[in-house]
Design a protein around this ligand. Sequence first.
Ligand code: MNH
Length: 180
Amino acid sequence: MKGIVFTEFLEMVESKFGLETLDNIIENGQLPSEGIYTSVGTYDFNEMVTLITNLSEETNIPVGDLIYAFGLYLFAGLANSHPEVIKNYNTPLGLLYCIEDHIHVHVKKLYPDAELPSFKVLDKTDTSISMVYSSSRGLYRLAHGLIEKAFEHFGGTATITYDLLKEDGTEVKFDIVQNG
Ligand code: MNH
């Protein structure tokens, strides 16, 4: 997993839960990188799982809810670090439609060792889109947060529902309907 995901995660922890919580989740000897990440580095996904599990224990907030909150936080971090990746889109549905074939293709050029999920579009109208998320990492709650913020980025909102096609969350269908 790319370092930018780790640096954004630790930034979120500090801003939402404070420095003491941040210290507590990294300073227990379980992390190979000892909580030190650079945005261009690549780290074991298990290290992120450890950080999120520790944060869940520390805050008593379920892991899934923390991942969703992180998705909400991460969108702006990605957009600010790589404005060129999203500058050509003028609607959230247009952006979502292009995640697989443009956005993540661009990301792969920036970070050749990025491990990205796939998003297959099942259906798109002027006001809605249905797509299937798949990834061995099962970070569909992260996708949920990112999708929600994509709408806010353009000044809108959407109603987002999802169905687990696989129980472990590695394949999830999203139905997204623009509000207003
Ligand atoms: Mn994208 C990882 C979804 C927009 C750059 N992205 C992920 C993951 C999800 C995801 C989910 C977590 C990995 C996984 O599930 O296997 N991304 C989205 C969605 C949107 C999106 C739903 C739009 C909405 N992503 C973007 C944009 C950028 C970007 C915009 C860059 C400007 N994404 C990344 C990077 C990673 C990532 C970088 C980390 C990959 C890695 O850790 O190897």
